[in-house]
Design a protein around this ligand. Structure first.
Ligand code: GLA
Length: 373
């Protein structure tokens, strides 16, 4: 659970100052609609009760940004005038300072700040830890500097920071999912129009299985898929592959392009089906399994560990499961089934395949980006 008290204690012990602004930014589960955001498609994410708490205080060091995180060993300490050439920063400081940079680029005069971060979101697990960090920093600095940025500006700048400085040209899914989250409701997003609305979900928590295969989205696979989708759309004379029909997709000669297009078009249809199921108070769990199979066979972004999780939990009595996020590792979500029974089967199956043990936890669906103090 996101715990601001933890970040406040951490800020006090790290900077010996009293917190002025405290914000929290949740992680997200994308219930369904994977790799559709940069294809003008549909997605249905929900924010969770795990995430980032961040404390900001006026800097005791003039116009410096100092930042420390409980999950990172390095202290970031940079003068605001030196946040210029981003290639001199790497790792988590690049994310953090990327958020500062987009605000400076907009012409905002920023004051120095001491920033303390605590997080219970596993990194690289497909639960949007990086987007949560960027949203927290931009939202927090907006409050700290009296900028009063409207929510859509915070979301847009967080996306700009991530796509400019993470090394991957990511879509808007994570920033929308977190920035516009409503507790206990999913957000149905149409990336062709950038319109969204919240919808009721027939449950208040989900089981997450983190494969502990942690991916880096900048590793290449994500960018390659994006290019393939763009090429498929161009070949069929569409702006986005989501505008094509299944028949058009089937006409693509190149097998890889055909597979990518088939995934995106069928995934959009599954999002529509799940949204209708939610309206009827149902989980639409079977569509999750279809989504996973399509991500595995057509979009080819799953891995042996996430495939095994889905196979194991279904055998152990789950109604539905699928990998979430960019893929090549990360987490799966599970609908239905008994937690202990699922854990026993998954753990046993992982041991017999010689994989490192995964981590199971229940995620409450109550996350929201907000100022706590
Ligand atoms: C990552 C990206 C998102 C989205 C998903 C796949 O999480 O950051 O923009 O493309 O992968 O659905």
């Amino acid at each position: 659970m996101i715990d601001p008290a933890n970040a406040i204690d951490f800020a006090r012990s790290s900077f010996s100052s009293s917190p002025e602004i405290v914000v929290e930014a949740p992680g997200r589960i994308n219930y369904i609609g994977e790799h559709t955001d940069y294809n003008g498609g549909l997605a249905l994410p929900v924010a969770i009760d795990r995430g980032i708490s961040m404390v900001i205080t006026k800097s005791s060091q003039g116009s410096k940004i100092r930042a420390i995180s409980q999950s990172q060993s390095t202290l970031v300490e940079v003068g605001l005038d030196d946040v210029v050439r981003m290639d001199s920063f790497e790792g988590w400081s690049r994310y953090l300072l990327g958020a500062v940079k987009v605000l400076l680029d907009e012409g905002f005069a920023l004051r120095g700040a001491d920033i303390a971060i605590s997080s219970d979101l596993p990194l690289g697990s497909g639960l949007s830890s990086s987007a949560a960090l960027l949203l927290a920093v931009i939202f927090g600095l907006s409050l700290h500097n009296g900028l009063d940025l409207p929510r859509d500006r915070v979301v847009e700048l967080a996306h700009r920071a991530e796509s400019s400085y993470s090394g991957a040209n990511v879509g808007y899914l994570d920033h929308f999912a977190i920035g516009y989250a409503t507790p206990n409701r999913a957000t149905l997003i149409d990336f062709a129009t950038m319109k969204y609305h919240s919808c009721e979900m027939p449950f208040s928590d989900l089981i997450v299985v983190d494969s502990n295969v942690h991916h880096s989205i900048s590793a290449g696979g994500y960018g390659k898929r994006r290019l393939e989708c763009e090429l498929a759309a161009k070949t069929l004379n569409h702006r986005f592959i989501s505008e094509a029909t299944l028949e058009e997709a089937q006409s693509l000669e190149d097998l890889d392009l055909r597979r990518r297009a088939m995934h995106v078009i069928s995934e959009n249809e599954r999002v529509r089906s799940v949204a209708r199921a939610f309206d009827d108070g149902k989980t639409g769990a079977s569509y999750l399994v279809e989504s996973h199979e399509s991500l595995r066979d057509q979009f080819q972004v799953s891995c042996a560990e996430t495939d095994l999780i889905v196979e194991s939990v279904l055998r152990a009595g789950a109604e539905g499961a699928r990998m979430v996020g960019g893929g090549f590792g990360g987490s799966c979500i599970v609908v239905g089934g008994d937690f202990e029974a699922l854990e026993a089967v998954v753990s046993n199956d992982f041991a017999s395949r010689g994989f490192s043990q995964p981590t199971l936890f229940r995620a409450g669906l109550s996350g929201v980006l907000r100022q706590v103090h």
